[in-house]
Design a protein. Structure first.
Lengths: 765, 181
């Protein structure tokens, strides 16, 4: 038991650890529902066209079947809402069972409800859906796919530019002009996409793994045409999210409608295969990068043109040029993002949405430039480092990119690298060392929290934030322990319930910064109340002191001159019972209406490159060793070292896990993951965990995370930058750069698989 | 490595077999020993061991991550051997079943493997964790936890999307030594 008083920055294991190792942590589909009906989805077998008929005869004949929902009986039951990225709540504007129209392969066409999961599965397999199919467009280069400029369809997208990139490129002595691409990827959290709904007295409770319970509550209210206060969304434990659970998918409203029709709780556990099409994913991207530099390595021109796939009806985009054009000093920058509409489900946020694909391109190109200059890639970064972003000249609040490179390089042993491709070898294994930068915007949103200090010193912290494995429960508890001076074992944290004070979507790596700051604010209100009572007591220890001089620490109220008294006595002076504080926090850069948006469940994050007066990012550098087998071309990654400067680290234990997991995600992004598409049918073909490759334990060897100290009180009062998405940015480029160093083959098209290394000039047997 | 469970032979349950011939969906009734307790099940014979535990016995520790035997989140022990609950029909199980809920002592003292997972922060979201821990207990019992490389190989049937793998290896190393002593 951790009873000593802990501070922000104390390394502690997760306070929810015991629940997670005993099976007692209840994820959404673990909730006991009494006697639920079970739902099983049927999904479309075509990617584009219309449903001409649904023959339900055989399905309804299955014993135990209760109902079958299709567009024919509930079309129009779910009302229209806006896309999350357009200021709404949903991940696709395709209406759930809204009509006979099929927009993509695997679209939900029916919900079968039965007494058991087995009967519902049986019946769903017996539904006969007939279609009038049309020729689908699968993505890039497909006939019928349409391309539009991002700035023509988005209110928020800008194409960053400065100077004259074309003229500077033409005039420069050393140039890189190359195309890069990244594949479709799916989040594949191990918890499936599940929803359970129950109605009682006109009120709906939905249990669903969500990164956005307040948003889901408000979004469902719009979809169902009822008041938000009639809806409660509960998501206390989340079995992985990675962006897939931030916006409402079609299933939630459908299960709510089903539960109402049956007047009975309904439980859906969608299949792994269905998860590929009923939720979002990372769309494939293409990039053209033009870099030009002088012989001194200083960039003279940078151009980043990006293309991204989206669905037919939605303009979803990640537009990562915001970050990629600001990573290095450069006087001439041009950029453009276009989106390509195809007959696909709508893509969405996936861990580091813009930076993973866009920094792969720019950080691969930087390595190519280093080769062209015959310069060490770390030195090339140093020559182009800057404390002001190049587009508008705004200052970074802090930027420790080069310290990160230097710490990681030293730990890695980079100085022992022979830069010649294919020059480092261990028997049949060709050794390659590569590196890349990582950056991620520091974003903070408005948040609310309630902190209750009970008479005997127990503390309850409540906020509708989410612990998606990030350690949110633990960092919130640490913050309260630090500010109230109580042991962590006395602190209870409640998260993941839309009845609690609202917190932002767990996205954009904002949770720790947004939530810890508002919890600290609530704790400060309690301290002020206790301190005011203490100094007001006429003959007390603290009489005459200023309230600001009094602190809560080590289970005591402490004042000037060593004055101290036990916490429970201090509480008793301020209150006959508990002391409760409700705090709201609106961070720098958030417009005044941000607080209202918080209660409406809208994201109102500020930060990154979207601020008028400054720019705020976290930085890091990653170094990877790959080994490529000379005979089989098998690729291994025996070690990876990352150094990160992400402001104040609240809990180094959970932070290290986040960054380590992120780096492994990055390795996966480089070597493993790709959703394959049958281009004739616009259909995903590897829709299970055996064929969609993610690393297994044996794929991962040594990982090292280094924290580079950084004190940045501009970003927020506690100096927290957020790091959930920092670790897996740039890793793909570091791996590709290492593969080049091992083999002399530059892979610009992810993932890197052994067949791409068959013709490797540097490989001598 | 995940072993197939001991399967029932037809002779052991003649009455159930007769019923099954009449209607393959007819409810079957039988007893299963789960976490040292006999439990009665009256279920559709198509019910997997995983769904029997989760939907009928209220034991939701074992998780559904794929329902295809590809992720390992449903790993339980049958006769102290690792078994995938999603690929096993409940009616086919003979031996005693141990789930994550049955690992700790009755006074709440955690199994060394559970404590090691906490100590080493060997999980993040925690969803694959019950399967990882049960699998790890099986891995040590099989004698497949001799080295880090061996642990990695023999734990590769349990996917962790948060990618806590290095910490899982460290936790198993810690618990292995405590389980031996």
């Amino acid at each position: 038991m951790q009873t000593a008083q802990l501070k922000i920055g104390s390394p502690i294991t997760r306070i929810d650890g015991r629940l997670k190792v005993t099976g007692e942590a209840r994820y959404a589909s673990d909730t006991p529902l009494g006697d639920p009906a079970y739902a099983v989805l049927a999904t479309s077998a075509i990617a584009r066209g219309r449903i001409t008929d649904i023959d339900e005869t055989e399905a309804r004949a299955v014993p135990g079947v209760l109902d079958i929902l299709t567009h024919r009986n509930i079309g129009g039951a779910v009302k229209k809402t806006k896309l999350f990225s357009d200021g709404g709540y949903v991940g696709t504007t395709i209406m759930p069972l809204g009509s006979d129209q099929v927009w993509h392969d695997g679209q939900i066409v029916a919900v079968v409800l039965a007494e058991t999961f087995e009967a519902a599965s049986d019946a769903a397999s017996r539904l006969v859906v007939r279609y009038a199919p049309e020729e689908p467009a699968a993505g890039f280069d497909s006939a019928g796919a349409t391309t539009v400029a991002a700035k023509d369809v988005s209110k928020t997208h800008e194409d960053p530019e400065v100077g004259d990139a074309a003229a500077a490129f033409a005039a420069a002595p050393v140039k890189i002009d190359a195309g890069y691409s990244t594949p479709t990827q799916h989040h594949n959290p191990i918890e499936l996409f599940t929803t359970s709904c129950a109605w009682s007295d006109g009120k709906l409770t939905a249990w669903e793994s969500s990164q956005n319970v307040t948003g889901f509550k408000n979004g469902l209210a719009e979809q169902l045409g009822i008041e938000p206060d009639k809806i409660r969304v509960i998501s206390r434990y989340i079995g992985g999210a990675f962006g897939s659970r931030g916006s409402l998918t079609q299933r939630t409203a459908l299960i709510a409608v089903a539960a109402k029709r049956l007047d009975r709780p309904v439980k859906l556990v969608a299949s792994r295969k269905q998860g590929f099409t009923i939720a979002t994913y990372r769309a494939e991207t293409r990039h053209r990068i033009k870099l030009a530099a002088g012989q001194d390595g200083k960039l003279q021109s940078l151009t980043h043109i990006g293309w991204e796939v989206t669905s037919r009806p939605d303009n979803y985009m990640v537009s990562g040029t915001d970050a990629s054009t600001r990573l290095y000093a450069c006087p001439n920058v041009a950029s453009k993002v276009s989106i390509v509409h195809a007959d696909r489900n709508t893509p969405g946020f996936m861990r580091s949405p813009p930076e993973v694909p866009y920094l792969f391109a720019i950080e691969s190109a930087m390595d190519e430039l280093a080769v062209a200059l015959d310069m060490d890639p770390v030195e090339l970064r140093r020559r182009n480092d800057t404390q002001n972003e190049p587009i508008k000249g705004l200052p970074y609040t802090s930027r420790a990119l080069m310290p990160c490179f230097d710490h990681a390089a030293q730990a890695f042993g980079w100085d022992k690298r022979n830069p010649k491709p294919g020059s480092m070898r261990d028997g049949d294994w060709l050794i390659g060392w590569g590196c890349a930068a990582t950056m991620y915007p520091t974003q903070v949103g408005p948040a609310a929290a309630r902190v209750t200090l009970f008479p005997h010193g127990a503390v309850k912290v409540q906020t509708a934030a989410h612990d998606i494995g990030t350690g949110a429960y633990t960092v919130v508890a640490l913050t309260a322990a630090d500010r109230l001076g109580v042991g962590i074992d006395r602190i209870t944290v409640e998260l993941g319930d839309s009845d609690l004070p609202p917190a932002p979507v767990a996205g954009g790596s904002n949770t720790t910064a947004s939530v810890c700051n508002v919890v600290a604010k609530a704790c400060e209100q309690i301290r002020v109340q206790i301190a005011a009572a203490a100094v007001a007591a006429p003959h007390g220890k603290f009489a005459g002191a200023a309230p600001a001089q009094l602190v809560l620490a080590d289970w005591s109220l402490k004042g000037p001159g060593g004055a101290a008294e036990p916490l429970d006595e201090a509480i008793a002076r301020a209150s006959n019972g508990a002391i409760e504080a409700y705090a709201e926090n609106v961070p720098h850069g958030v417009p005044p209406e941000g607080l209202k948006k918080l209660y409406q469940g809208h994201a109102a994050l500020a930060g990154g490159a979207k601020m008028k007066d400054r720019i705020q990012f976290a930085f890091g550098a990653e170094f990877v060793e790959v080994r490529v087998h000379a005979r089989t071309r098998e690729i291994r990654t025996p070690r990876i070292v990352g150094a990160f400067a992400a402001g104040k680290i609240v809990d180094p234990v959970t932070a290290e896990s986040q960054l380590m997991g992120g780096m492994i995600w990055g390795i996966s992004s480089a070597l493993h993951e790709a959703t394959e598409i049958d281009r004739r049918a616009a259909r995903y073909t590897n829709t299970d965990l055996a064929e969609y490759l993610i690393p297994v334990n044996a794929d991962i060897d040594r990982t090292q995370v280094i924290f580079v100290a950084e004190d940045d009180r501009q970003v927020n009062e506690l100096g927290i930058k957020g790091l959930g998405e920092l670790g897996n940015v740039g890793t793909n480029a570091a791996v590709a750069n290492a593969v080049y160093h091992a083999t002399g083959v530059r892979i610009r098209d992810l993932p890197i698989r052994l067949e791409k290394l068959l013709n490797a000039p540097a490989i001598k047997l | 490595m995940v072993m197939a469970p001991a399967l029932a032979s037809a002779q052991e349950r003649p009455a159930e077999r007769a019923a099954a011939v009449a209607d393959p969906r007819a409810i079957v009734s039988f007893e299963l020993t789960v976490n040292r307790r006999p439990r009665r099940l009256d279920i559709d014979p198509r019910t997997t061991l995983l769904d029997a535990l989760r939907e009928h016995l209220g034991l939701t520790g074992a998780k559904k991550g794929c329902d295809h035997g590809q992720c390992g989140a449903c790993t339980v022990l049958v006769d102290n051997t690792r078994v995938l609950g999603c690929l096993t029909l409940a009616v086919a199980v003979r031996g005693p079943v141990t789930t994550i809920e049955g690992l700790a002592q009755s006074d709440g003292t955690l199994h060394p493997m559970q404590q090691a997972f906490i100590d080493r922060d060997a999980f993040q979201c925690g969803y694959c964790t019950p399967g990882q821990i049960v699998s790890a207990v099986g891995c040590v019992a099989e004698g497949h936890a001799g080295s880090e490389a061996e642990i990695r190989e023999h734990m590769s049937g349990n996917l962790c999307r948060c990618a806590a793998y290095p910490h899982i290896v460290a936790a198993i190393g810690q618990a292995r030594d405590e389980m031996r002593s």
